[in-house]
Design a protein around this ligand. Structure first.
Ligand code: CU
Length: 115
């Protein structure tokens, strides 16, 4: 399969733990080095948009906007989901929860810095 995704299966250089709730992301400002592989571990502290797991969407989400364009969906309350991303674009990027960012302040900034 050909993919231009920034998602990777490479070994992570750095681990970043993030909590998400209706209060937003904690931390909501994250700085990582350019060129490295970052393992993001996202824990949902509350039920987000809901805890009906028969629905298409529930819990919270972690979405880094393009050009990264990587998404972790449906993180249940109390659950931790992981994604590895190679930081191939320097600059500042928004991450958000598309499910609930219209209602709650679930938005943050990812700074990818060249050393
Ligand atoms: Cu959410």
């Amino acid at each position: 399969m050909v993919s231009c995704s920034t998602k990777t299966e490479e070994k992570p250089d750095i681990v970043v733990d993030i909590k998400v709730s209706k209060q937003g992301y904690q931390p909501n400002e994250i700085t990582v080095p350019y060129g490295k592989v970052v393992l993001f571990r996202i824990t949902a502290v509350d039920e987000g948009i809901g805890n009906d797991y028969s629905e298409r969407y529930y819990g919270h989400c972690f979405y880094i906007l393009p050009p990264y364009d990587v998404m972790v969906e449906n993180i249940k309350e109390g659950e931790t989901k992981e994604i590895k991303v190679k930081m191939i674009y320097p600059g500042d990027f928004i991450f958000t929860c598309p499910y609930c960012s219209g209602i709650f302040p679930t938005k943050g900034t990812l700074h990818v810095v060249k050393r």
